[in-house]
Design a protein around this ligand. Structure first.
Ligand code: HEM
Length: 344
């Protein structure tokens, strides 16, 4: 190669590397410093033709409303984060979770795992304001993705992950599909891995996203079989710390009251942090699906790594971006609902 060509090649490689580094920084850093008023374009992440936010005011609208609502109700981030997850795992992130039942058809929100969801009114408030500012331009699916992100951001206070735009809203919502597709708290590792894989999420995503259980509550009914009748002989799950099992038995009577809840991350259930992964290694993961992460060598190693807050936040951010891209409807595949509760 001639010396001039060699110099040109060297300079091109340098420029390419610099470009890659600066691009990568936007995604996986510990939350980065994502500008609330950007138009979404710098956060490209998979919606290749949907990066542009057609309503520049949307991010401010969502942040202002969500932060005001979270300030008044600290339990809200857990509700909205879970709602976004339950939306994306059934027919993709298409706001099917927001549709009301019609006629004889039960919608997703009536499915058993969805009955403890809350925060639908927050989505409605953001939708109403965005319809005022940008009529017909903002989908309910984008609003849900943003509200979940902003609710978790309140504590820091800055977004931990970027949200891209362009999701269309679906026209179908079936409780039967939600019952069949959402992971069960009694699931073992192989089942969880398979369910996540079917949505393009790998074991790293499974472990990182399970870290969402660092906030929020679980109903006794979701784990009482671990306490009172684990193998059908009135026994307790031996993988559960015995003192913690006794504490849970006292909280949840047998049969469990359907309204009693416990913190999933004891003592820290309002704080989004990496404490969940400490709890796992104390054998205090609340559900079998939490404890299951320690039954696989790779997932256990990742759980250990995510005890470090920087490592957890960086990977959680990447995995949320992946989750928020599941089965996204584009163009004519969907619509922009006028009212998030009903199809147009
Ligand atoms: C790995 C499979 C998962 C299973 C089996 C599972 C199961 C559950 C169950 C049974 C509850 C308790 C609900 C209740 O009793 O009201 C719960 C709560 C919650 N889950 Fe998951 N989950 C999983 C993954 C995820 C993911 C990926 C996210 C989000 C990225 C998430 C976010 C939450 C949150 C924030 C709560 C607390 C909700 C509240 O406080 O009302 N979960 N989960």
């Amino acid at each position: 190669m001639k010396p001039n060509n060699f110099i040109l090649l060297f300079i091109s490689l340098l420029l390419l590397t610099a470009f890659k580094v600066s691009n990568g920084k936007d995604h996986g850093d510990k939350g980065g410093n994502h500008d609330h008023n950007n138009n979404g374009q710098k956060h490209g992440n998979g919606h290749k033709d949907g990066k542009i936010n057609s309503c520049p005011q949307l991010e401010t609208i969502s942040r202002d409303i969500t932060w005001r609502r979270v300030a008044a109700n600290p339990a809200l981030p857990a509700k909205l984060l879970r709602m976004h997850f339950h939306d994306c795992f059934v027919r993709g992130c298409d706001a099917s979770i927001l549709l009301d039942s019609t006629g004889g058809t039960e919608a997703e929100k009536e499915a058993v795992p969805n009955r403890s969801l809350a925060g639908f009114d927050v989505i409605d408030e953001i939708k109403a304001k965005s319809e005022e500012e940008c009529p017909g331009l903002v989908s309910c699916a984008d609003i849900l993705a943003l509200a979940a992100r902003d609710a978790v951001a309140f504590q820091f206070p800055r977004p931990l992950w970027p949200v891209s735009f362009g999701r269309k809203d679906g026209r179908v919502s079936l409780a039967s599909e939600a019952n069949a597709s959402l992971p069960s708290p009694a699931a073992n590792f192989a089942t969880l891995r398979q369910q996540f894989q079917s949505h393009g999420l790998d074991v790293v995503d499974l472990v990182a996203l399970s870290g969402a259980h660092t906030i929020g509550l679980g109903h006794c009914t979701a784990f009482s079989d671990r306490l009172f009748n684990f193998t059908g002989k009135g026994d307790t799950d031996p993988s559960l710390d015995p003192d913690y099992a006794n504490f849970l038995k006292q909280k949840c009577s047998n049969p469990p009251s359907p309204t009693t809840t416990v913190e999933m991350d004891p003592g820290s259930s309002l704080s989004f942090d990496s404490h969940y992964f400490e709890v796992l290694f104390q054998n205090k993961g609340l559900f079998q699906s939490d404890a299951a992460l320690l039954t696989d060598p790779e997932a256990a190693r990742l759980s250990r790594t995510f005890q470090n807050p920087g490592a957890f936040f960086a990977r959680f951010a990447q995995s949320m971006v992946k989750m928020g891209s599941i089965g996204v409807l584009k163009g004519e595949q969907g619509e922009i609902r006028k009212n998030c509760h009903v199809v147009n």
